[in-house]
Design a protein around this ligand. Structure first.
Ligand SMILES: [Mg+2]
Ligand SMILES: [Zn+2]
Length: 441
């Protein structure tokens, strides 16, 4: 059964593709080959599998070629129709062509985007949030030349700035929109009829300024446009290598409550106290085997408090590594903050007391992991059991998974919410590697 926003997708194929003309000649962007098949074919197959019933292609330049290709490429059970705009209406204005046919909520994306997305999770997240829509966001590595978006702890968009400026409230890393959204058709009320208009550059930012409820979905999943020759080559390589299928390339794993047991609410202080949670080693091995890098990111204030020495902490992590290795799993990087923010206690190590850049939810360890492991930041995800982990993800501009083990994200230390939830780190690993796909349908 297809419910909500997944039933109908509107795909904007009107772009002229000027930056790709040297590489493509006169081929419409939606038909560029990715791993030997037209981009549009990848999209239609993926949507069809997710349960989409109707795709409306809004085409301009070379629209008849798009229409012919779409008829040939549509999988069984998916109705695909192409509408050609006589004059360019802009990405928002084009929606008026199909105004009478829009479902209450629909997917909207661009024809030059390759998306390896768990459409159902996206649609259910968007459905639960409601409002005028939910836009898909990635941490951006080039905030100076893309529009950037700021979210609050509940994933509501609170700022949207044009190229170059960080929006107010952006706090940490900048989020850029990935040109994919679930929208409510009431958005059309805000789209000018008398002139062309741009959705992401004009209409949605104005909605945010007016206080409308628009939400963000920060994901590490593979969604990338092929609008330049360099990006086209990158996407082609990622699809061919299988990397695009992975839902992240780096898992930033909390330790206690995610991989290791906290006994009596207390982390292990000595190697002999280290216990793995059930299936934790299998989870790390699953990530290892899929080629998803793993980094431990943990606060261990017991060092500052004098309850364990730095050598004890190293020994605890050596024991953790040995327990993982016994089941064929390894961490690519282990990062721990030994500090404690409070200076007024007499106990412990004065040098480790006071503010630092690494204690979660500060993002020092995340930035270090990203730099040392050299992954694309937008492909990283935080997996944690406490709200401090979710707050870390939000500040770092990354997706997050809350596991039900450990604190189960029920502590109220921070108001941040996860993007996704999983029963435990093993379920998270299986989802990140795409191994749950058969079970899901
Ligand atoms: Mg924890
Ligand atoms: Zn620290």
């Amino acid at each position: 059964m297809t419910r909500g926003a997944l039933a109908q997708a509107v795909v904007l194929c009107g772009g002229l593709g000027t930056r790709l003309r040297d590489a493509l000649g006169d081929v419409p962007k939606a038909l560029v080959p990715i791993a030997g098949r037209p981009l549009l074919e990848h999209l239609l197959l993926s949507l069809g599998r997710a349960g989409t019933r109707e795709v409306l292609l809004l085409a301009g330049h070379r629209g008849e070629r798009v229409a012919t290709a779409a008829r040939a490429l549509a999988p069984a059970g998916l109705r695909v129709e192409t509408l050609v705009e006589a004059v360019p209406l802009g990405t928002a204005g084009a929606l008026h062509l199909v105004a009478a046919r829009l479902a209450p909520r629909f997917l909207l994306l661009f024809g030059d985007v390759y998306a390896a997305l768990d459409w159902r999770r996206f649609a259910s997240h968007a459905g639960a949030r409601g409002g005028l829509g939910t836009v898909l966001l990635h941490r951006t590595d080039h905030p100076e030349d893309c529009d950037t978006v700021a979210l609050d702890d509940a994933h509501r968009v609170v700022g949207w700035s044009r190229r170059g400026a960080l929006p107010a409230g952006a706090g940490g890393a900048a989020l850029g929109n990935a040109a994919l959204a679930v929208l409510h058709r009431d958005v059309l009320d805000y789209v000018p009829r008398e002139r062309p208009s741009d959705l992401y550059g004009e209409v949605l930012p104005a909605l945010v300024d007016a206080g409308a409820a628009l939400h963000g979905y920060t994901t590490s999943e593979y969604v990338r446009d092929v609008g330049t020759p360099a990006r086209l080559a990158e996407v082609d390589a990622d699809v061919r290598s299988g990397r695009a299928r992975l839902r992240a390339e780096l898992a930033l794993l909390d330790r206690d409550g995610v991989l290791a047991v906290e006994r009596d609410g207390r982390p292990a202080l000595r190697p002999a106290e280290v216990r793995l949670l059930p299936r934790a080693a299998r989870a790390v091995r699953t990530l290892n085997e899929a080629g998803i890098r793993t980094a431990l990111v943990t606060n261990q204030a017991a060092v500052a408090r004098g309850l364990m020495s730095p050598a004890d902490l190293e020994a605890v992590h050596a024991r953790l590594a040995a327990l993982l290795a016994a089941e064929g799993a390894h961490l690519d990087l282990v990062l721990a903050c030994p500090h404690h923010p409070e200076t007024h206690h007499a106990e412990g190590v004065p040098a480790l007391r006071g503010p630092c850049a690494c204690r979660k939810p500060r993002t020092g360890m995340v930035e270090r992991a990203l730099a040392e492991l050299g992954v694309r930041p937008w492909r990283a995800v935080v997996v944690g059991d406490a709200t401090v982990d979710l707050a870390l993800a939000r500040r770092a501009g990354l997706a997050s998974i809350a596991v039900a083990t450990g604190k189960g994200a029920t502590d109220r230390a921070f108001p941040a919410r996860p993007v996704w939830r999983s029963a435990d780190v093993d379920a998270a690993a299986r989802w990140l590697t795409g191994q749950d796909e058969d079970a899901d349908r």
